[in-house]
Design a protein around this ligand. Structure first.
Ligand SMILES: NC(=O)c1ccc[n+]([C@@H]2O[C@H](COP(=O)([O-])OP(=O)(O)OC[C@H]3O[C@@H](n4cnc5c(N)ncnc54)[C@H](OP(=O)(O)O)[C@@H]3O)[C@@H](O)[C@H]2O)c1
Length: 241
């Protein structure tokens, strides 16, 4: 039987790093723009990759070669890339705060980067029947759930991600029906991304990255390749689009 492999994109983020630590079986290919941390388990291979098309293609080829050499099947892909605030931007509370540069950055990281990774990894995923690919989305990307407004770029970019993943699920149902796609809402998780917005979150509703990693891996074990995109929260509950 072939060994199992996982690819985790955005491995130095709060949730990404917790996932790298949580996957204990098979080998883990962790991909990040940052250098490898000091303490890494021996089954983890760290790939430094800038947010750039050439480096992305090179990284995917290198992972492909390593999977072949170790006779490993790519069973899990998890894309953790995302941004909510930066040095010069924060979630917008009103239309007057909209800024083209911020919108471009947020849409790029939250919607384009994950889709470009899906496109790059799809040939490897297609070779491994039963591969499940999960993308860190967010409940605030749900149009049905939007009761508070605001957060224009973050909400819009996560909705855009969900829509593009839906198109990908339809395409893959025809060409690679054994691949399953999941858009995942982790719940509010204690990471640098949520840090400025945690003050009003009750303690029991602020999850640790380790808890969320465990929930996502459990959910990925339970889903079947049914040709659809599942939009699920940390409890495994469906989220309305
Ligand atoms: N924390 C929460 O409460 C929460 C709630 C709902 C949804 N989410 C989603 O969960 C995901 C992970 O977030 P987190 O909480 O772990 O946040 P985080 O600690 O800030 O990690 C952010 C991640 O995004 C990647 N990233 C940032 N800027 C990038 C860029 N310009 N190009 C490519 N990659 C970039 C980083 O990858 P590198 O390893 O390359 O640095 C890192 O993995 C995000 O999609 C976020 O929207 C989080």
């Amino acid at each position: 039987m072939s060994a199992q492999a996982a690819v985790i994109i955005g491995a130095s983020g709060g949730i990404g790093r917790a996932l790298v630590d949580a996957v204990q079986d098979g080998c883990v290919h962790a991909v990040s723009r940052s250098a490898a941390p000091d303490a890494l388990a021996s089954h983890v291979q760290w790939h430094v990759c800038a947010d750039d098309a050439v480096q992305r293609a090179e990284t995917v080829s290198r992972i492909g070669r390593m999977l072949k050499e170790s006779d490993a099947e790519l069973r899990r892909v998890i894309v953790c890339s995302g941004t909510l605030h930066g040095e010069h931007y924060r979630p917008e509370r009103a239309l007057r705060e909209l800024d083209a540069g911020t919108m471009q950055t947020v849409f790029h990281v939250n919607a384009m980067v994950p889709m470009l990774w899906l496109a790059a990894l799809e040939p490897l995923m297609r070779r491994s029947p039963g591969c499940v690919a999960a993308f860190l989305s967010a409940r605030v990307g749900s149009i049905a759930d939007n009761r508070l407004g605001g957060w224009y770029s973050y909400r819009g970019s996560k909705s855009a991600l969900n829509m593009m993943l839906k198109s990908a699920a339809i395409e893959l149902a025809r060409r690679a029906p054994a691949i399953k796609l999941v858009a995942f809402h982790p719940g509010t998780t204690d990471t640098p991304l949520s840090e400025p917005f945690q003050a009003r979150v009750p303690e029991e509703k602020l999850f640790t990255p380790a808890y969320v990693a465990d929930r996502l891996l459990t959910i990925m074990e339970s889903v079947n390749a049914d040709g659809t995109l599942s939009y699920l929260d940390w409890a495994g509950e469906r989220i309305d689009w």
